[in-house]
Design a protein around this ligand. Structure first.
Ligand SMILES: [Zn+2]
Length: 296
């Protein structure tokens, strides 16, 4: 099992924080440090460290604040999304050692649907691992040519849920507690899939989030120690710097009968040129009824 952490200090905090008995060990050290004036400074540092550890302990299961239901009914569900939520990524493990992204998250204009996850090239039989500590919520098969095929959903202690699709074999059962890096399945080509790959989703409170905001498969790392979700804020990852870029959430207009781009521009309060730019269109583009036009 490989759990990589950003700094040795955090590694210490996390390992101590995860073992309750070790907390008392630190407390004892704290009292010893208080005996010598020279160690006053150290005592203060230890107290801060101890406070952090205790806070960490109290906050070890943010998932409990986020979810009030537990069921294997559905992957996505209606829930009140928090205004913001910070996901602790420090205890991560990469779900696969493969690095090749074959399809990204987002809206597919040609197929008129949203690709809810990230596709990573894997071979049939490759080990797929749990991204964090957690509990298996769903182990299901959507059918031979349908959807995810064999898939697994895990609810993690940090509040995030992850989904692994097109698997050839399951190694866990519903309700099972898993550790970060624990093998949960073998990669495959089941469901609606052409060629073996892992379909990987990250969800918060029943809603999808772009996995690339948290996981960088190419460098086999997370994007930072924490990822902060913010309601109504559109986040993309800058490929060059690896940093998250935030902008206002994009807005769309659905084309109705008789509407031209200039009519839509007027209705949405933007210029026709803005619509050209956002939708990669020009004056010769023919609109379809029901088509989504981005205007912000
Ligand atoms: Zn996919």
């Amino acid at each position: 099992m490989i759990i990589r952490l950003k700094t040795p200090f955090k590694k210490l905090l996390l390992s101590v924080g995860l073992l309750s008995s070790a907390v008392f060990g630190v407390q004892a050290q704290d009292m010893l440090a208080a005996q010598s004036p020279l160690d006053k400074q150290m005592e203060l540092i230890d107290s801060i460290a101890l406070r952090d550890i205790l806070l960490n302990e109290a906050n070890m299961f943010p998932a409990e604040d986020l979810y009030d239901t537990w069921s294997n009914d559905r992957v996505r569900f209606e829930s009140a999304m928090p205004d913001s939520f910070r996901v602790d990524l420090r205890g991560f493990a990469m779900p696969t050692t493969n690095t090749k992204i074959t399809d990204v998250y987002g809206y597919r204009p040609r197929r008129r649907r949203v690709h809810q996850g990230l596709d990573i090239k894997v071979q049939i039989g490759d080990t797929i691992r749990s991204a964090f500590d957690g509990k298996v919520r769903i182990v299901k098969n959507q059918g031979r040519r349908r959807g995810y095929g064999r898939y697994v959903v895990i609810r993690h202690n940090n509040g995030l849920e992850t989904l692994y699709g097109h698997l050839s074999k399951w190694l866990v059962t519903e309700g099972q507690v898993v550790k970060a890096g624990q093998p949960i399945a073998l990669g495959g080509n089941t469901g609606r899939s052409t060629g073996a790959h892992l379909h990987f989703e990250t969800l918060l409170a029943g809603k999808n989030i772009n996995p690339e905001l948290m996981f960088d498969f190419e460098s086999q790392d997370v994007t930072g120690d924490f990822y902060t979700y913010r309601k109504g804020v559109y986040q993309t990852i800058d490929k060059k710097s690896g940093k998250i870029v935030e902008s206002a959430e994009p807005l769309y207009h659905k084309v109705r009968k008789g509407e031209s781009l200039s009519v839509i521009a007027r209705k949405c309060g933007v210029s026709v040129n803005t619509l050209y730019r956002l939708n990669k269109m020009n004056s010769r583009t023919v609109l379809r009824i029901g088509q989504r036009i981005r205007y912000r």
